[in-house]
Design a protein around this ligand. Structure first.
Ligand SMILES: Cc1cc2nc3c(=O)[nH]c(=O)nc-3n(C[C@H](O)[C@H](O)[C@H](O)COP(=O)(O)OP(=O)(O)OC[C@H]3O[C@@H](n4cnc5c(N)ncnc54)[C@H](O)[C@@H]3O)c2cc1C
Length: 301
C-alpha cells in the first residue's frame, strides 16, 4: 500500500517512508520500515491510527529495540515509536509513580530513588522502555514489572480511544503477558515502598555491579536470546552444555561471558543471527531434549 504524499505531509516530519531501522535495534542491523511514524503526542497518535485503520496498514510497535531483531528485508506497513512527549516520570502519590510508555526503565529506577521509593531498583539493569518492559514482563534479581505495576494506560488501535487496565486484569507470565497486540502502551503506574534513599542507592549500585560481572556490555546484542527453563535450568547453561559456545554464522557470534547473549560482532545480517539461533536450538534439543523458546522478538519479512 502506498500512502499519498498529502497524507505523509499532514504528519510533517513524524511520518517518513523507507526508513532504515538498524539504529532502532540493539543488534544494530535490519532493513527498512516501509513507513516509520514517531508519535508526537496522544492526540496525534489517535488521529494517525484512525487514518491508518481505514488504509488497513499493519502497525508494528517498537520500544527501545533492546529485545527486537529486525529482519534484513525490513518491515511492511508502519513501524510506530512513541516520541519524546511519552518519556516522562511524575509522582502522583507519595508512593506511586506514573511513567510514559517511552521512558527508559533506568530513568524510572532513578526517579524512584530520588523520591525514596524502593523495589524498582531492578529497572536500572534493563535497557528498554516502559512499554517494552510491560510487554515482556521484564525483570531480574527476583523482581519483575508485574510485581510493581498498578495499571497501564493504552490506546487501542481498533477502538481508537484510551483505556486503563488494572494489573489484576492482566495475566503475566515469564517474559510475557496476555495483553493483545492491538494496544499501544502510552503510560503506566507503579508502586514503590517508602525507604531510605541511601539504602536504595546501595541496592541499585549492587545490582548494576552484579549485572556488569555476569553480562557483557558495549556490544550489539538484544540480551537473552532464549527464555530460561527454570531458575535452576538457565538457557545459557544448556547452550554451554551442548557445546555451542563457539558457534558462529557470518559475524553473528555468542558472547564468551554469557552464552545466551547473541552478538552482531561486526556486520552481521539478521539472517546470520537467525541461522545461529536455529543451529543452537537444534543442537540443544539433540543434546538435552529441551526445546528452547525465543525470548527476543523477530519482526519483518
Ligand atoms: C544488554 C541487555 C540486557 C538485558 N537484560 C535484561 C534483563 O535483565 N531482564 C529482562 O527481562 N530483559 C533484559 N533485556 C531484554 C530487554 O531489555 C527487555 O525485554 C526490555 O524490556 C525490552 O524493552 P524495549 O523497549 O527495548 O522493547 P522492544 O525490543 O522495542 O520491544 C519488545 C516488545 O515490546 C513491544 N512494545 C514496546 N513498546 C511498546 C509499547 N509502548 N506498547 C506496546 N508494545 C510495546 C514491542 O512491540 C515488542 O513486542 C536485556 C537486553 C539487553 C540488550
Amino acid at each position: 500500500m502506498i500512502l499519498e504524499k498529502n497524507f505523509i505531509k499532514k504528519f510533517n516530519d513524524d511520518l517518513k517512508a523507507n526508513v532504515n531501522l538498524s539504529n532502532y535495534s540493539w543488534f544494530n542491523l535490519g532493513g527498512n520500515a516501509e513507513y516509520f511514524y514517531k508519535a508526537k503526542d496522544k492526540n496525534q497518535l489517535i488521529e494517525f491510527l484512525r487514518e491508518i485503520k481505514e488504509k488497513k496498514l499493519k502497525i508494528t510497535t517498537l520500544g527501545a529495540g533492546s529485545n527486537t531483531l529486525i529482519r534484513d528485508k525490513g518491515v511492511k506497513g508502519v513501524v510506530l515509536k512513541l516520541g519524546k512527549s511519552f518519556s516522562y516520570t511524575k509522582l502522583i502519590k507519595k508512593n506511586i509513580i506514573m511513567a510514559g510508555g517511552a521512558t527508559l526503565d533506568r530513568k524510572v529506577a532513578n526517579f524512584a530513588k530520588e523520591n525514596s521509593l524502593t523495589n524498582l531498583e531492578f529497572l536500572s539493569c534493563i535497557p528498554g522502555s516502559i512499554g517494552g518492559a510491560i510487554t515482556m514482563n521484564s525483570g531480574c534479581y527476583d523482581n519483575d514489572i508485574s510485581k510493581v505495576l498498578i495499571s497501564i494506560q493504552a490506546i487501542d488501535k481498533n477502538k481508537l480511544s484510551e483505556i486503563e487496565i488494572k494489573k489484576k486484569d492482566i495475566k503475566f507470565s515469564y517474559r510475557g503477558t496476555n495483553l493483545p497486540d492491538d494496544l499501544i502502551i502510552i503510560s503506566a503506574k507503579f508502586q514503590g515502598l517508602i525507604s531510605k534513599k541511601i539504602e536504595i542507592e546501595k541496592k541499585q549500585t549492587d545490582f548494576i555491579k552484579k549485572k556488569k560481572l555476569s553480562q557483557p556490555s558495549q556490544i550489539k546484542t538484544c540480551g537473552s536470546t532464549f527464555k530460561n527453563i527454570s531458575k535452576e535450568k538457565k538457557a545459557w547453561m544448556l547452550i554451554k552444555e551442548s557445546g555451542c559456545e563457539n558457534y558462529k554464522e557470518g559475524d553473528a557470534t555468542i558472547s564468551k561471558k554469557h552464552s545466551n547473549f547473541f552478538i552482531n560482532d561486526g556486520n552481521a545480517k539478521a539472517s546470520d543471527i537467525e541461522r545461529l539461533i536455529k543451529k543452537v536450538k537444534k543442537k540443544v534439543f539433540e543434546k538435552t531434549g529441551v526445546n528452547l523458546e525465543l525470548e527476543i522478538k523477530i519482526i519483518g519479512g
